[in-house]
Design a protein around this ligand. Structure first.
Ligand SMILES: C[S@@+](CC[C@H](N)C(=O)[O-])C[C@H]1O[C@@H](n2cnc3c(N)ncnc32)[C@H](O)[C@@H]1O
Length: 270
């Protein structure tokens, strides 16, 4: 079996990563994963021998543009670890704002519908933090639902997952709808960073030319008195224009100061 010292392998692959436009720290993260050692331990034991093949394979994937979270097979969301692969969007820190707002606002015992399960990060986090809630989650993608169900099992969550094109397979009213829908207009999607555009599922990112197509359908259905949505950069006015029957009662900015979460209340609801 070929072998190399940890220090030499690390220096060699960090150099290659940097030359290829990849953050050299990603090499340290992947080295820690393959060796099941902490970065500090690896730094202190640079003279020990290691088989380079596994790390070389992972770094090559990273240098081809694959997101670090898919290579590692997990992403952190609100302090929990979620399994991810290229069937689902990688959970984003901005979406934590949406869940925090829902945790704070959902009435006790509320029936909550999460639209667009992806990895299940919203529905599972919500149910785990607020076990009083009755949380259902839907996705049009069977592939995404397989990932969400796996995460629900791993987190022993009672959140339920269903296949549905928005409300097509869903009956009844909910007390609260939460959603991080696909919201990127098609023209912006085409110009996204290749790491996102070429690796994450297209249907998770763009719903069509306007960017508001899924939001429009959610609001038109009027299945809940309160709807909480993650929205895109500069999209607040577009959402206001399609908020037919709802009014925007709160806007929450993300850490970059971008209007990121909107809370809508159905006309006549107190
Ligand atoms: C932006 S991702 C959000 C995933 C996850 N909730 C998160 O925040 O990381 C949007 C999700 O909506 C799903 N989706 C897109 N169109 C849909 C539709 N018409 N009905 C149901 N789900 C849809 C996609 O498959 C994708 O999983």
């Amino acid at each position: 079996m070929p072998s190399e010292t940890i220090a030499s392998l690390r220096a060699r692959l960090r150099g290659a990563a940097q030359a290829g436009g990849v953050n050299p720290r990603d090499v340290d993260v992947l080295l820690a994963d393959v060796s099941a050692r902490s970065p500090a331990w690896l730094f202190a034991h640079g003279e020990e021998q290691i088989d380079p093949a596994a790390l070389e394979g992972l770094v090559a994937r990273r240098m081809r543009g694959e997101p670090l979270q898919y290579i590692r097979g997990h992403a952190e969301f609100l302090g929990r670890r979620f399994f991810v692969d290229d069937r689902v969007l990688i959970p984003r820190p901005e979406t934590e704002l949406l869940v925090e707002a829902a945790i704070a606002r959902a009435p006790r015992g509320a029936r909550v519908l999460d639209i667009g399960s992806g990895s299940g990060c919203i529905a599972i986090s919500l149910e785990r933090e607020r076990p009083d809630l009755d949380v259902s989650s839907i996705d049009i993608s069977f592939a995404a639902l397989a990932v969400a169900s796996r995460n629900a099992r791993e987190h022993e969550s009672r959140a339920r997952f269903f296949a549905s094109d928005l409300f097509d397979a869903i009956r009844g009213e909910f007390d609260l709808i939460v959603s991080n829908p696909p919201y990127i207009p098609l023209d912006d999607y085409i110009n996204l960073a290749a790491e996102v555009r070429d690796h994450e599922p297209r249907d998770a990112l763009t719903p069509g030319p306007r960017g508001t197509e899924v939001i429009e359908r959610i609001l038109l259905a009027k299945r809940a008195p309160v709807v909480m949505l993650e929205i895109g950069f500069g999209q607040l006015d577009d959402v206001r224009h399609v908020a037919n029957g709802y009014e925007i009662i709160e806007v929450i900015n993300d850490l970059a100061g971008i209007e990121r979460v909107v809370v809508l209340s159905r006309h006549g609801h107190k």
